[in-house]
Ligand binder design. Structure first.
Ligand code: NAP
Length: 237
């Protein structure tokens, strides 16, 4: 285990074991969801059901209104604009086509600054153009951090497909594992807790540079692996 991963893991474990309230003393988190499609809509739903408060958002407010009405989750769920979601959340999930990240990073920089941001976005050249080729070459942990400066970024929920996300949550253990990469230990602890609250098992891989290990094209991408299988395939002890 390298030093950076050891440090992140130790700090995140201490916070989790302490029962932690990752965001100062709160058990119930305020979560903004930017991009409420197959991934963002599903995770937001799970987190409301786990007791958190969620503002769902996308560009098309009518669709978000319809989603919130259909989910019928009560007063802890509401629809808003991406700016409202970014301002509301102590934690913000960004789950949009990769090509939208630069614009979100620019337009919402003030609202997102210093916040924990979970990034599920995967670069697909066929959908996102040339910037996706560059992002793949750099690795998403590095590329997304450039598009979202000033946030406490965590790569999360990018490697498991929406069908598994929907069908495998809270399954009988062993649960499906979600690999995580972040440079900030507190952000990592919050993400790990939100993975558990969504009904999955967090696996801390390391710093953002290691997100590359579970990007598109790796042997773990796209498979609903258990934590043991994921650690084995990534060579994590
Ligand atoms: N589907 C999967 O199996 C899967 C698994 C893991 C990761 N991912 C990745 O996670 C991301 C989301 O995937 P998805 O399948 O959930 O996509 P999706 O179902 O197409 O949903 C995308 C959402 O983002 C919104 N959006 C698009 N541009 C936006 C912008 N500029 N600002 C705010 N919201 C915006 C869309 O609504 P509007 O168009 O109305 O804004 C929609 O609500 C993608 O990068 C994808 O590659 C997908």
């Amino acid at each position: 285990m390298n030093e950076k991963r050891r440090a992140i893991l130790a700090a995140a474990s201490v916070m989790l074991l302490a029962g932690a309230s990752p965001v100062a003393g709160q058990n119930r988190l305020k979560i903004g969801v930017i991009g409420s499609g197959r991934i963002g809509g599903t995770l937001g739903e799970y987190w409301v059901r786990a007791g958190h408060e969620v503002v769902f958002s996308a560009q098309t407010i009518e669709e978000v209104n319809a989603l919130v009405a259909r989910l019928n989750l009560g007063p802890r769920a509401r629809a808003g604009t991406p700016r409202e979601a970014a301002e509301f959340g102590d934690v913000v999930l960004v789950s949009v086509p990769y090509a939208a990240l630069p614009q979100i990073g620019r337009d919402l920089a003030d609202a997102l600054e210093g916040k924990v941001v979970l990034d599920t976005c995967n670069p697909y050249p066929s959908r996102d153009g040339n910037m996706a080729v560059e992002a793949r070459a750099k690795g998403t942990g590095v590329a997304s951090a450039e598009f979202l400066p000033g946030v406490r970024l965590v790569r999360a929920f990018n490697s498991v497909g929406d069908v598994s996300l929907r069908s495998q949550a809270n399954r009988r253990p062993p649960r499906v594992a979600i690999p995580l990469a972040a440079d900030d230990a507190q952000a990592m602890a919050i993400a790990a807790r939100l993975v558990e609250d969504a009904g999955f098992e967090p696996v801390i891989v390391g710093g953002l540079a290691r997100a590359k290990e579970f990007d598109f094209g790796t042997r773990v991408y796209g498979y609903p692996l258990t934590a043991r299988e994921l650690r084995r395939d990534l060579g994590i002890k």
